[in-house]
Design a protein around this ligand. Structure first.
Ligand code: ASP
Length: 187
């Protein structure tokens, strides 16, 4: 009983992971909000609130993600990316560096609003020291949209993250079935 309690406490304070499989790489998903986590009152509404779904809900909406990798996740914040502050950036950078320095984590995926994704990608590229893949991903349509692009974008971001060719490339952005480097990407 004490062991179960300890495990629950640890997962609450360190982020959460699903049951790990030693044959699969482990990807940490750091959720920050954006349209990919946005919800509207109907499937066709274009008025929505970015940063509404939690990391857990976002991950649960993507079928097959756990076939690709062991998924761990943490909610860094949950905002429209236009509202991200310098303090948020510092907080994100420290979470990314912590994950990059963790020998149990092979790659990092960051869900993010597209309005300032290029700035965050470039900032992280400048400050994070690691050879591990770091992939930013977002969506153009909210999670509740009839044709939401978030789930496939997130699936593809994890697929890019676990590919050996993504190592030592600095921070990348995976969106719309394309891979961009953080120094040149623009919305
Ligand atoms: N306003 C949203 C944001 O940047 C737009 C998006 O996610 O694309 O968070």
């Amino acid at each position: 009983m004490r062991k179960i309690l300890l495990t629950l406490l640890l997962s609450a304070s360190l982020g959460v992971s699903f049951a790990d499989n030693a044959n699969k790489p482990t990807v940490e998903i750091l959720a920050t909000g954006g349209t990919i986590a946005g919800t509207a009152s109907s499937q066709t509404s274009t008025i929505y609130k970015a940063g509404s779904l939690t990391a857990e809900q976002l991950i649960a909406s993507v079928n097959g993600l756990s076939d690709l990798a062991n998924i761990q996740y943490a909610q860094v914040y949950n905002k429209d990316s236009g509202d991200i502050t310098l303090n948020d950036w510092l907080h994100l950078a420290s979470e990314v560096q912590k994950a990059a320095d963790n020998p149990k984590i092979n790659a990092i995926v960051i869900t993010h609003g597209t309005d300032t994704m290029e700035e965050t990608a470039y900032f992280l590229d400048l400050v994070i020291k690691t050879n591990k893949p770091i992939i930013l991903v977002g969506a153009m349509r909210p999670a509740t949209s009839m044709s939401s692009d978030g789930p496939l974008n997130l699936y593809n971001a994890v697929a890019v993250a676990i590919d050996k060719q993504s190592s030592s490339r600095g921070v990348l952005v995976a969106m719309n079935e394309k891979i961009f480097d953080s120094r040149n990407v623009t919305k």
